[in-house]
Design a binder for this molecule. Sequence first.
Ligand code: ZN
Length: 129
Amino acid sequence: MQVNATINQKRFKCGICQDSMLKKYEIGGMKFHSKHICNKCRKTFSEEDLVFVLNLFIAYGGYFNKYPREYFSIKEEIYKLGEKLKQMQKKPNYLKINIKLIHDALLHGITLEEIYSIMELMKINRLGV
Ligand SMILES: [Zn+2]
């Protein structure tokens, strides 16, 4: 009977990493989206970051750790962006550029803390403003 009860229990998908979980955990005080967040992601991200990361995945698709992190280097991406920016004629939208970089990094399983510490090392503002 215990086995059947487990099989019939509803499973939820984490809105950040897509892992399956039995118990429903929602972000407290979240107004716009009712998504479920697993324990692992709750430990990886702060409550404020969870909302930001979840909104990024809702807006741009994908999920945390979708691709192997070995195939992504933030430093390399920043250097590539720098080269592109030098060739641009008009003023770049730094906010949009940073959000794309952060989204790409998250897809490769790189946490916001890791991203921000690398950006700080490279003397880059979080929002590039
Ligand atoms: Zn998760």
